[in-house]
Design a protein. Sequence first.
Length: 92
Amino acid sequence: MTTERAEPADSEIAALPFDAAFAELRQAIEELEAGGLPLEETIRRTERAVALQRHCEKLLSEAELRVRQLVNRPGGGLETRELRADESADET
């Protein structure tokens, strides 16, 4: 029986800020596109690149939600309104 467990790299990636994760993702893509890596190294780097991509997408979604929370008030000011991840800005 196989059980899934979080790899140390997963927690390492989760701790990366967006800019660092995106820079590492770009580097991995460049290395993979250049080719010439042994098969196992290619697989390892591809797995890490996928994890980095997912992390970047998550961070971007969170940032988008924070931006959507800024709502125009009468008179031109901004206010912050709490939104859940499953709410759309159109509902406010």
